[in-house]
Ligand binder design. Structure first.
Ligand SMILES: [Zn+2]
Ligand SMILES: [Zn+2]
Length: 247
């Protein structure tokens, strides 16, 4: 049965490639062999990868992952790139709305490049971190069929060779199915919208831990701030907010 399904899947892909030859997700140009799966080489080269970190409060660039200018924010932001980058935006859009695991694979490769460029890899090597993808509310996850941050985390772990990063998806959950942040205009409304939306089920898994908190995009930061607040209240040590793109 498994073999038959596998064969049918291959047949389906063959037909798809004949009648709908793969084109670049961003520029729609026909893909050649040297492309990076979903995007052409030209678009791949247009993605700019950051080399440092950011203060989540004021957006200032930080060159060390341990120092932030606004001390009341108990975490630093590690952003692979900027949301203004159109190719990156196309990949993020594919990840969220088409459920494309391939997009997650490419984004995970970009994360690895960022770890090297920013030297975050050294911190992950020296200090033990656990990886927590930002959870979705169960109803929202059911509707979408997946949690994009979780898929990113899984694809990232397939590619980490130089450090050990345990995945933790059971400790932090989302208990409030709030309205999408994009529908709200100002920071105060967004902050209110996500207030008490997270809950720590297993504080013993958080206490004393260094945490890499993963999400796809950082816009106002209200969601990540709220998650950091509850993680800190449960005794988390150091927190780095890792996102693909910062607005
Ligand atoms: Zn392209
Ligand atoms: Zn600052």
């Amino acid at each position: 049965m498994g073999k038959l399904l596998c064969f049918l899947e291959k047949l389906k892909n063959l037909f798809k490639n004949i009648f709908l030859p793969p084109s670049c997700l961003h520029c729609r140009k026909k893909l050649t062999d040297d492309s990076q799966n979903l995007i052409c080489l030209k678009c791949w080269q247009k993605i700019e990868i950051n080399s440092g970190f950011f203060c989540p409060e004021c957006g200032r660039r930080l060159y060390q992952p341990q120092k932030t200018c606004h001390l009341k924010v108990p975490f630093i932001l590690a952003a692979v790139g900027f949301y203004q980058n159109k190719v990156l935006r196309s990949l993020l859009h594919a990840l969220k709305y088409k459920g494309a695991k391939e997009a997650a694979g490419i984004l995970a490769s970009l994360m690895i490049l960022y770890f090297q460029k920013s030297k975050l890899e050294n911190s992950l090597n020296d200090q033990q971190f656990i990886l927590i993808p930002l959870p979705l509310h169960p109803a929202k996850k059911r509707r979408r069929g997946f949690n994009q941050s979780e898929i990113l985390a899984q694809e990232l772990l397939k590619r980490t060779k130089n450090f050990f990063l345990p995945l933790e998806t059971k400790a932090l959950i989302k208990i409030k199915n709030n309205a999408p942040q994009m529908e709200l205009e100002n920071f105060e409304a967004r902050k209110e919208n996500v207030k008490n939306c997270f809950f720590i089920v297993k504080p013993e898994l958080i206490k004393g831990k260094n945490i890499l908190l993963l999400d796809d995009v950082f816009t106002s930061g209200a969601t990540m701030n709220e998650a950091v607040r509850v993680l800190k209240a449960s005794g988390a040590k150091k927190i780095i907010g890792l996102v693909i793109a910062k607005a």
